[in-house]
Design a protein around this ligand. Structure first.
Ligand code: SF4
Ligand code: SF4
Length: 444
């Protein structure tokens, strides 16, 4: 039987076998963390501690008085050493709180507070999620409580949990589904309750039968009506718009959001974090990070405290292999951000650290476009990448917008498939930036 999916997309080599069967290990307690005051989409936080203060694991150390923001917390017990601009995986320097640890830690799982999830009010659930600093853990890092508070005129009828994880190499969500299926489903129950929704779905690519089985096994006692939908293994099946099309056959129009078609999509890791926040009063302090690639000695899934340096995480996986050119990426190779400085900290949106070597490090040279149209054939949102990239490069934002460039989801399918090796997605990002600049200029 044909599985649900969307049109177009690609089938890259997944390389998941490097870590898919490896149980998540807890990373060693780090001696220092750097907590950026901005780790999410929206307004940055302001520090609420100062240099020299003693802080404890889970203490809120940054917040802002704005709706679209998310507080940050200390992830270790220790002392604030500095508040300064610090290297960030985005490539820029970001105001960060640097904490030196005292070598002790808290035990959160023994803190279970005797709550009855069914008796919690919607406001109590949303307050716990907001105060825990939970953001979307699939990579976009949008504050979760904002997604759970749609405007009154947007009627939400369905919640989809995203368990696709279609990026090559990454297996952090896969392991979460195998190792913590109950927590994920309790988190889903809380999310559905906070939105007043009774239709829930989990979309999982069919190459993860163990994850599908683990969730099916526990579903009956938590959300019996939940539908677990196996989807075709195809990239970018985990993109929100593709998931909604594959599961509910609804199309999110250009420039619109999932809530415009009555849907909220959350990542499976976000659901687990929601449960931990409500059940243990535990802020978002750590996340599962897949450390993989043909350039790493011992690929692993590690539970890492936010703020730990990439360097430390990579070293706990046996370090980088041998000499020769390497490419270190935050996330997967399709949509990840390449890194030049491994001092940068793991942030809430760090689903993986991928280290590529040898043939997988793409040469920088590219060739002229041969108008083969392969990029058009794979684009999941039906764009013409070769044409849009010309508008981006020659600074024609009006044409870029008129040809739908702003609806590009930056999935990288076009770059991946281009026989001329053209860095299409990078140019498309420039095109979107130029449209934003032009719009800002005309509104002045
Ligand atoms: S144009 Fe954008 S959405 Fe289309 S394939 Fe390229 S990166 Fe993906
Ligand atoms: S895939 Fe590359 S070479 Fe082919 S049309 Fe697109 S940009 Fe040109």
């Amino acid at each position: 039987m044909a599985l649900n999916t969307f049109k177009h997309g690609i089938h890259p080599n997944y390389h998941k076998e490097l870590t898919a069967g490896k149980k998540t290990e807890k990373a060693a307690l780090t001696k220092k963390v750097a907590i950026p005051l901005q780790q999410h989409l929206g307004a940055p936080c302001q520090p609420i501690v100062k240099k020299g203060d003693t802080v404890v694991e889970g203490q809120k150390i940054g917040d802002a008085n704005t709706f679209v923001t998310s507080p940050v917390h200390s992830t270790i017990n220790g002392k604030v050493k500095e508040i300064e601009k610090y290297p960030h995986p985005s490539g820029s320097k970001v105001m960060s709180i640097i904490i030196e640890g005292d070598g002790t830690q808290r035990q959160w799982d023994s803190r279970q507070i005797g709550i009855d999830i069914d008796k919690l009010s919607i406001e109590e659930i949303k307050t716990a999620i907001r105060e825990a600093g939970i953001v979307g853990l699939g990579g976009a890092a949008f504050p979760t409580v904002v997604k759970l508070s749609p405007p009154k005129d947007k009627k939400i009828d369905s919640v989809i949990l995203n368990g696709c994880e279609c990026e090559p190499f990454l297996t952090s969500d896969h392991r979460l589904m195998i190792e913590w299926p109950e927590k994920i489903l309790w988190g889903m129950k809380l999310i559905m309750k906070s939105l007043g929704v009774s239709s829930g779905y989990i979309g999982i690519e069919e190459n993860k039968p163990d994850a599908i089985g683990a969730l099916e096994n526990v579903k009956r006692s938590i959300i019996p009506d939940l539908k677990i939908i196996p989807l075709e293994t195809k990239y970018p099946q985990g993109a929100e718009k593709m998931l909604i099309k594959a599961i509910l056959n609804r199309k999110v129009p250009v420039g619109k959001l999932p809530m415009d078609v009555g849907v909220v999509v959350q990542n499976v890791g976000t659901a687990k974090a929601v449960y931990d926040a409500v059940k243990y009063d535990k802020p978002l302090l750590e996340r599962v990070v897949t450390v993989s690639g043909n350039g790493i000695n011992e690929p692993k899934n590690l539970l890492v405290r936010i703020g730990t340096s990439f360097d430390e995480v990579v070293n706990q996986c046996g370090g980088i292999k041998g000499d020769g050119e390497k490419l270190v990426i935050m996330g997967g190779p399709m949509m990840g951000i390449s890194q030049t400085n491994l001092e940068v900290p793991v942030i809430k949106g760090t689903s993986g650290i991928t280290v590529l070597a040898g043939d997988l490090v793409r040469p920088a040279e590219y060739q002229p476009c041969i108008k083969c149209s392969r990029c058009v054939e794979v684009c999941p949102v039906n764009l013409m990448p070769y044409r849009l990239t010309d508008y981006a490069r020659f600074n024609e934002p009006d044409k870029f917008r008129a040809w739908g460039g702003v609806s590009c989801i930056e999935c990288g399918c076009c770059s991946w498939t281009c026989p001329s090796n053209r860095p299409l997605v990078q140019w498309l990002r420039v095109g979107k930036l130029r449209v934003r600049e032009a719009e800002k200029g005309s509104s002045k």
